[in-house]
Ligand binder design. Structure first.
Ligand SMILES: [Zn+2]
Length: 503
């Protein structure tokens, strides 16, 4: 008989509370809502957190993997109570039916919000804790954009956050969480954690880890992990500013085997974050400035206009028309726009088929607050089911379903329309339908930073555009009601932080 029975789960969503859309159970079903062996089939061999869990556990002969429930939806509006209760019911039910478990590995996000629960990750961990024995080891992975609730560390000290943005270390952190669980089970090691929360709300535009302040902070974190034997994980959570909840904000979470050292590192990092905070503020060009720059751009590789305010991975609806409308007017030679989420236009193209000419009213369907729909005459070039596999390096091997796709041409511009909102994080999104992005002079995409992991070598320049949208870089445009106040940069405050320990 196997010695250790380890449960594996995934519960993941980044919720934009200002979004007009709600995230329902069908949004989870579209992305991933899996039970039992389907989990292993879906994630084994992928560079995801769960892929990392599985790889480590499979190295140990004495481990039996107990797949529980995996539920993930792409970032969008607040999760409905109904969807949360459905997933909670499945997950807790599966744990209760699984017999005696020896540990649980669960991939969480940290910025999920449910209609009546501001911190569902903590709520779910609490439910899990109640369903298992009090000292059962539980380890999580968390997203760099998590708004981490202080109670999380009280439920388990083992948390491993991403250290990259774009998040290309999901697998690595999953791997590390699983290794730590095995170390704990085999050697009975005791772990401690301290969470330091700062009254700081940072825009995410400059949280990239290739350069800038987040790079310096994560480099420091990595060097401490490598050099201090008492420290297992140091994570800086930039936070997600579009969740209007009491837990919103930046934090540092330290995991280790010596409480005193863990506290010291936590305090050290709050100081660093406080000193670096100004460097996260970034001024962006207007739509007109960006379009003018794109028109005059001459390069060997394309220039990318990033419509960051409508990045679906930051909760954008994927259908705003601010930038699109100016680009259609400018009719820029050899340009590409994508993906635009528009089910109605997609359906017209599907019905008329490739080779037809159609009249469309593009975008602006979710809310005209960020631009009205644009009337265009378009040529339908190609229509697909919208299914392809990512080539990475982020989410390598993961099957993507855009819910249908069409490639249309409007004047000199190629436009990709999809049946759901999603960021162009992998060139396969365009290539699967026959569009080669590297052949374009100008590419406009609804992206923020994740796309860089696969587009960096394909493009010459990126311009982040200050267009209207739900994921605007300017935090002063949001009507916050629930975040803790005072908070920087909305208020003027002195250095302060709150420390919560696991024990
Ligand atoms: Zn993230």
């Amino acid at each position: 008989m196997k010695k250790y029975r380890i449960g594996v789960a995934f519960f993941y969503h980044e919720s934009h509370t200002f979004s007009p859309s709600k995230t329902t159970i069908s949004d989870f079903e579209k992305e991933a809502y899996l039970k039992g062996n389907d989990i292993l089939e879906h994630y084994q061999g992928t560079k995801t957190e769960v892929g990392g869990f599985i790889d480590v556990l499979n190295q140990h002969d004495q481990v039996e993997i107990i797949p529980l429930v995996c539920a993930a939806a792409i970032p969008s509006g607040t999760v409905t109570d109904e969807a949360y209760q459905d997933i909670r019911h499945q997950l807790i039910g599966t744990i209760e039916q699984s017999g005696e478990l020896d540990a649980i590995l669960i991939a969480l996000h940290g910025a999920m919000v449910v209609e009546s629960i501001s911190d569902p990750e903590t709520a779910m961990l609490k439910e899990i804790r109640q369903a298992v024995r009090n000292d059962l080891p539980i380890a999580t992975t968390l997203d760099l954009h998590g708004n981490i609730g202080a109670e999380m560390v009280k439920l388990t000290p083992l948390h491993f956050g991403f250290k990259t943005y774009p998040h290309v270390d999901m697998y690595e952190q999953g791997y590390k969480a699983a290794e730590t669980i095995m170390e704990l089970l085999i050697n009975q090691t005791t772990y401690y954690a301290s969470l330091a929360k700062l009254p700081v709300l940072l825009p995410s535009i400059n949280m990239r880890t290739a350069e800038g302040p987040m790079r310096e902070l994560t480099e420091k974190a990595k060097s401490i992990e490598e050099s201090d034997i008492n420290i297992s994980a140091v994570t800086i959570f930039g936070g997600f500013p579009y969740s209007d909840i009491p837990e919103a904000g930046t934090s540092a979470l330290i995991v280790g085997t010596n409480q005193r050292v863990v506290d010291r590192v936590a305090e050290e990092f709050t100081q660093y974050i406080w000193e670096y905070k100004e460097k996260f503020i970034y001024h962006l060009p207007t739509i007109d400035e960006a379009v003018q720059e794109a028109i005059s751009f001459r390069g060997k590789k394309p220039i990318v206009l990033a419509d960051i305010s409508d990045n679906p991975l930051s909760g954008g609806t994927g259908d705003t028309t601010g930038l699109l409308s100016k680009m259609v007017d400018a009719n820029i030679d050899n340009s590409l726009f994508g993906a635009l989420y528009d089910e109605e236009s997609l359906q017209i193209c599907q019905e008329n088929g490739a080779g037809s000419t159609v009249q469309l009213s593009l975008g602006g369907k979710w809310s005209s607050e960020f631009g009205e729909p644009i009337g265009v005459k378009a040529e339908v070039i190609h229509v697909t089911t919208g299914k392809f596999r990512n080539k990475g390096p982020m989410n390598t091997g993961v099957l993507v379903n855009t819910n249908g796709a069409t490639h249309i041409r409007v004047g000199n511009m190629d436009i990709l329309i999809t049946g759901r909102a999603l960021s162009a994080n992998d060139p396969e999104l365009f290539r699967h339908i026959g569009i080669e992005p590297t052949e374009k002079n100008v590419i406009a995409m609804k992206v923020k930073n994740h796309f860089r992991s696969s587009f960096e070598d394909l493009m010459e320049r990126v311009l982040y555009v200050d267009a209207p949208g739900l994921a605007s870089n300017d935090l002063t445009v949001f009507d916050f009601r629930h975040i803790p106040r005072p908070i920087w940069p909305l208020d003027n405050i002195d250095y302060d932080f709150e420390l919560t320990r696991s024990k």
